[in-house]
Structures are given as C-alpha cells and as structure tokens.
Design a protein around this ligand. Structure first.
Ligand code: UDP
Length: 236
C-alpha cells in the first residue's frame, strides 16, 4: 500500500520532513543540497540524498540491532525514509575518536591524533548564534535538556560510537568524528536525524583521505565519488 505523503512540516538545509496519515510518523526526504560554515557556503552534491538515505538506513538498523533506540521505521524509496515523529532536543552531540575540524582549530591540537576514551561535545542548535559549543552547565542554565535526559544522551552517544567504530574499521574506514541529534518520542529519548557522510568524518584507513563533507567544505574535489565510495563500502 502506498504511503500517503501529507503536508511539508519542515524544510532544513539537507532534508524535508512531511507528515503522514499516522500522527506518530513522518517522512524524511533527503536533498542533494549541501551547506557548510553555517550555510555561508552552498552547493549541490549530485545523488547525495540517495547516499545519505541508504547509509543512514544501514547504520540505524545496525544500532537498533545493538540495542540503541532510533527513529528509523523503514526506507520507502531512494530518497525517503519513514521515521517516528520526535521533538528534537536542541543539542548537537559530537563524538570524537581522532582530532580534526573545529577541535584542532579551537585548541591548537594536531589533526589525526587519536582520542581515547572518545570525547563528547555539545553544541546548542541555533543557526542565528552559529551553533555554539556549550557545557553541561550551560545546558542546565538554558534548560535545553533535563540532567537525566542529558545523562541518557551521553550514554547512548558512547554506545553508538562503540558500535560504529568497528563497523567502519571492517570497511577500511576510520570514524574520526560524527554528530548526533536526539529526540523525544512517546516519552522516550531516541536517536533521530541522520548518520551519513554529511554528519561524520570518515578517513580511508590506507590513504587517510577524507570520504565525507570535508571534500565539499575544503574544495578537495571528487566529492560525488567519495559519497559513492562510502555507499559502496557501507551498503555494497
Ligand atoms: N557536524 C555536523 N553538523 C554541524 C557541525 C558539525 O554534522 O553543524 C559534524 C561534522 O561533519 C563532523 C563533526 O560534526 O563530523 C564535528 O565537526 P566540527 O565540530 O569539527 O566542525 P566543522 O569542522 O565541521 O565545522
């Protein structure tokens, strides 16, 4: 039976969310639009939406099998997945296994150095403020999440890292860092959003070359090729 796609509820930078006949479920549509540096840089990565949809499906299934609750219900087609409707906790959770990106820049650390145990950071989801780094005290001050919810989120983020690192290792990829978003569904905290080359840093184990959105951010070329290679290694 074809699923009825209702009104668009939300359009973000890389995805659109549509309502369905079921109040508790939405359709997540993956676009090819790419942005970086708080949307100051804009472009298109051809077929990115298809890659991110399929890679996210694979990783959500892996996490669910590992006991992590996610919003994933089923993949509907190349660019759409059915998900549980959540209220997003306005915090971006970044997990880091290797120094890169803003961590290297902010603290003057050398890119490529291993981080053990993994580092967890929180960013306040607010485009106008440029998603600032926040401490747990800031989160409490602004009441972005209850302390118990935050503790749950941290525990889930570390469990997700433990499941993902070996998965990518088996595919000759280093999971450098990644960003997660969580949401509330029927009183429960579950993983939401996507896990894809847009939201993770992957380095090829042998060449250490970026296989992710850094190729777009830094104009490294072969962007589409890198996304297709991730799809092949993850889902192929
Ligand atoms: N990230 C993301 N969305 C953001 C910011 C970061 O998905 O708005 C991801 C990014 O792809 C990387 C990780 O989070 O895998 C850490 O990013 P970082 O803080 O180093 O920021 P960046 O260097 O990407 O600006």
């Amino acid at each position: 039976m074809a699923l009825m796609k209702g009104a668009m509820l939300y359009e973000g930078k890389a995805k659109k969310i549509f309502e369905t006949a079921d109040q508790g479920q939405v359709i997540q549509y993956f676009k090819d639009d790419a942005t970086a540096f708080n949307a100051q840089k804009k472009g298109t990565i051809v077929e990115k939406g298809v890659v991110n949809n399929k890679v996210s499906e694979k990783l959500f299934r892996l996490l669910e099998a590992g006991g992590v609750p996610t919003h994933f219900v089923e993949r509907l087609n190349d660019r759409e997945m059915l998900t549980k409707k959540v209220t997003i906790v306005p915090i971006e959770v970044v997990v880091r296994n290797v120094v890169a990106g803003s961590l290297a820049k902010r603290l003057g650390l050398k890119e490529g150095v291993a981080i053990a145990p993994p580092l967890i950071e929180f960013y306040y989801k607010n485009d106008a403020l440029g998603d600032p780094l926040v401490t747990e005290e800031h989160i409490r001050l602004m009441n972005l999440a209850e302390p118990a919810t935050l503790a749950q989120i941290k525990d889930l983020a570390l469990r997700i890292d433990k499941l993902l690192v070996p998965f990518f290792q088996e595919r000759q990829m280093i999971l450098v860092d990644f960003k997660l978003e969580f949401g509330r569904h029927k009183g429960r905290v579950i993983l939401a959003d996507e896990i894809s080359p847009d939201t993770c840093r992957f380095w090829d184990q042998k060449t250490k070359e970026s296989m992710d959105k850094d190729r777009f951010r830094k104009d490294l070329g072969k962007i589409e090729e890198a996304y297709q290679e991730v799809l092949k290694r993850v889902c192929g």
